[in-house]
Design a protein around this ligand. Structure first.
Ligand code: MV4
Length: 445
């Protein structure tokens, strides 16, 4: 097992990883920016190293500073969490060259899955259902026109280097495709220095359903069920739940089999997520694979009674997965508490928390790095807490979530709590009648 793990992250996920390391008896090293000197991950870790100024590019994204911190503290593994360097192939490679185990996939796997057109084509070739469209990346606009005509409009143009919405365009008819291609490609070039595009059929009002998988170095791959992440705003997830309220047992089984097939065919090691779109006829299509632990991993932990971070650490150390999936129990929601003003276009609201009380009781889990009198910094993402609620069924989980939100107090800054309380009263949400248009339909002012 590792002698010491450095956590190359901040916020709730840094705490989450430190907690598991403590339970495994592994010493931890936190890294932090000047702006995070009062952060809890700095306090909870056994050691902490300041790696630079507030801006992420000068600290949490600064590979040489993080490697140096690992070397001076004698850390033999790095957990990247999510975001920052978690899906950076160069970082994974430099860790390997420095004899530090990157707790995540190989540089080759990160590159393969980070190229969304290539990832999709890889999955198609082994028989995982994918959205009809181009096989790999498009050569040019002319090819886009031919394929779009073949499969029929509307279609979606997506950036190969994208994911999460950037460089994405819906195209309703042939008149629009040239301009959409140019704009989306230029946007992708500016954001990712890669203007490569691929094309697929536009699936109307789908559900986003993803399967959690885990592979070990012995070639075992397990799946831990799905998460429904359809409640998003501008590609930012706000509420996730498991099990998905819309898929049948048959679809669930087929998706799980497809996820395992896909992961096994690339010899996947570590934690990963296979993302699918599900249409109103229960047809499902692979869209992307994430090669990291995700924000919403906690709901999978709750219904399966497992520790996914522990399994990540075990498999990175070459051990077998110890928590083999069983039937999940009950229903779980995650509500993302962001420092945002939901009445003003979800504008970030950094600042000082003057009063804080977290809810508690049976079935309520709070993962958070904030505390009373803490100042939320403007430099990083606005997630300040995750409230994860378990119930014996969906209605029980909703009742419990409402009860928990009544106990939840954050003063001094605006948060997404009032938004979540409104969603919990929404009759369509309660009946699980929602799709990707849910927030725009009910919550845009
Ligand atoms: C799509 C789609 C419809 N058809 N792809 C991909 C990234 C994700 N953030 C949004 N994505 C979508 N890809 C095809 N071929 C619709 C979306 C989409 C979406 C999907 C699930 C949940 C919420 C969504 C909100 C907007 C768009």
């Amino acid at each position: 097992m590792f002698k010491k793990i450095l956590i190359a992250n901040r916020g709730e996920i840094a705490l989450r990883i430190i907690r598991t390391c403590k339970e495994l008896g592994i010493p931890t090293v936190a890294v932090y920016s000047v702006a995070d000197k009062d952060s809890l991950h700095v306090v909870f870790a056994d050691e902490a190293v300041c790696i630079g100024p507030a801006q992420s590019k000068d600290s949490y994204l600064k590979i040489p500073s993080i490697i140096a911190a690992a070397e001076v503290t004698g850390a033999d593994a790095i957990h990247p969490g999510y975001g920052f360097l978690a899906e950076n192939a160069e970082f994974s490679e430099i860790c390997a060259e420095s004899n530090i185990k990157f707790i995540g996939p190989s540089p080759d796997m990160i590159n393969r899955m980070g190229d969304k057109a290539l990832a999709k084509d890889t999955m198609r070739k082994v028989g995982v259902p994918v959205v009809p469209g181009s096989e790999g990346a498009l050569k040019d606009i002319a090819e886009a026109k031919i394929i779009a005509k073949e499969i029929g409009y509307p279609v979606m143009l997506k950036a190969s280097a994208g994911g999460g919405g950037k460089g994405m365009r819906i195209v309703w008819n042939e008149d629009e495709i040239e301009k959409a291609y140019q704009n989306a490609s230029a946007e992708a070039e500016a954001s990712f220095s890669n203007g490569e595009m691929y094309l697929e059929k536009y699936i109307e009002n789908p559900h986003h359903v993803e399967i959690q998988i885990m592979g070990d170095q012995q070639g075992n791959v397990y799946q831990y069920g799905e998460r429904d992440c359809t409640i998003q705003r501008r590609h930012q997830k706000l509420i996730e739940e498991t099990p998905s309220p819309v898929i049948t047992a048959e679809t669930r089984k087929k998706m799980a089999d497809a996820a395992i097939l896909g992961a096994k065919s690339v010899n996947y090691e570590g934690a990963g997520t296979i993302e699918f779109l599900v249409d109103k006829h229960q047809k499902f299509y692979f869209i992307e694979m994430n090669t990291r632990i995700q924000v919403e991993h906690s709901i999978t932990e709750m219904v399966n009674n497992i520790d996914l971070i522990k399994q990540q650490i075990l498999v990175a150390a070459g051990e077998k997965i110890t928590e083999i999936p069983k039937e999940p129990i009950g229903h779980c929601f995650e509500f993302r508490i962001n420092a945002e003003d939901t009445e003003n276009n979800f504008r970030p609201t950094p600042g000082k928390i003057d009063y804080l009380h977290f809810p508690g009781g049976f079935g309520v889990r709070i993962d958070s790095h904030i505390y009373n009198q803490y100042t939320i910094q403007p430099y990083y993402d606005s997630l300040i807490a995750k409230m994860i609620v378990w119930g014996s069924n969906r209605n029980h989980a909703i009742a419990r979530a409402k009860r928990a939100f009544e106990e939840f107090a954050v003063e001094g800054i605006k948060t997404t709590i009032p938004f979540h309380m409104e969603v919990l009263e929404n009759e369509n949400f309660v009946k699980a009648e929602y799709d990707t248009s849910f927030i725009d339909k009910h919550f845009s002012k």
